[in-house]
Design a protein around this ligand. Structure first.
Ligand SMILES: NC(=O)c1ccc[n+]([C@@H]2O[C@H](COP(=O)([O-])OP(=O)(O)OC[C@H]3O[C@@H](n4cnc5c(N)ncnc54)[C@H](OP(=O)(O)O)[C@@H]3O)[C@@H](O)[C@H]2O)c1
Length: 246
């Protein structure tokens, strides 16, 4: 009796040139997926050519660049919206509107364009994955821009999940804790339970394969944050400010 070979699956990853996205590329490659690697860094993308089915260079804040690249993208089994940045508001009283705008545009507004041009490529039975942050579980100081952008992403993902049921497309929302990447290498504060990019990618891959709605890790951090979120906000505020000002 001959066995029927499963067709090779395809995943598109935004932000595949660094950190979590680069680790996801490895993880999906190791598991037999064809990977479409996206980013802006042309040198880095060039180095990924032998590991990827295709590379796409575009800025996620530029609708025209996304549209042009999407024309060369075929059907997808998994679409991972991972690219993003993090910048902090250092002086709340002199609110940096330019920084706020940049972070919201990169992490949230871009999702509209990415969905417009890439969601039609996702096959029925496929999965859209949003890499958000455990920072949305509770408010943190200096995170007005980053937290708001990721909280917006959370709502978008949860609402989209409802509307994609009839199209048989699943949505996974990912809340990573602290992961060691160039993005967090810039942080000047302690990062408890820091994981490597490979550890994060492994957890995301397994969660997406099981079509989980919500993937969060490390649980010793995310569950603690969830527990804190049940406290009265005045209590949480005094704990976080005591830690922050220590
Ligand atoms: N690291 C953490 O602890 C952590 C925790 C929670 C959530 N996250 C989220 O995980 C995602 C990946 O973060 P990371 O830590 O892996 O960061 P990273 O190492 O700085 O990588 C960010 C990736 O996003 C891409 N990117 C950023 N802005 C872009 C733009 N305008 N257009 C196209 N691509 C853009 C970068 O591409 P180029 O370099 O090619 O420009 C890069 O590949 C982010 O959404 C972040 O918010 C990270």
């Amino acid at each position: 009796m001959s066995t029927i070979k499963e067709p090779t699956k395809t995943v598109l990853i935004t932000g595949a040139t660094s950190g979590i996205g680069a680790a996801l590329l490895q993880q999906y490659n190791n598991n037999g997926f064809q990977v479409i690697a996206c980013g802006r860094n042309a040198i880095q993308l060039n180095m990924l050519k032998n590991q990827a089915l295709q590379t796409c260079a575009f800025d996620i804040t530029c609708a025209a660049e996304i549209k042009a690249n999407a024309q060369h993208v075929g059907e997808l089994d998994v679409l991972i919206l991972n690219a993003g940045n993090c910048r902090y508001i250092n002086n709340a009283k002199q609110f940096d509107a330019e920084l706020f705008n940049e972070v919201i545009t990169t992490n949230l507004t871009s999702l509209g364009w990415l969905l417009k041009y890439l969601l039609p490529k996702v096959k029925p039975g496929g999965q859209v994955v949003f890499v958000s942050s455990s920072a949305t579980i509770l408010p943190f100081p200096r995170s007005e821009a980053y937290g708001a952008s990721k909280a917006g992403m959370d709502y978008l993902a949860k609402s989209l999940r409802l509307d994609l049921v009839e199209h048989n497309i699943g949505v996974s929302l990912v809340h990573p804790g602290f992961i060691k990447t160039p993005l967090t290498d810039k942080n000047d504060f302690p990062m408890p339970f820091l994981l490597t990019g490979a550890e994060a990618a492994n957890r995301i891959f397994k969660g997406v394969q099981s079509k989980k709605h919500y993937i969060h890790f490390p649980k010793r951090l995310t569950l603690l944050l969830k527990l804190f979120s049940f406290l009265p906000s005045s209590l949480w505020q005094s704990i976080i400010l005591r830690k922050h000002n220590a």
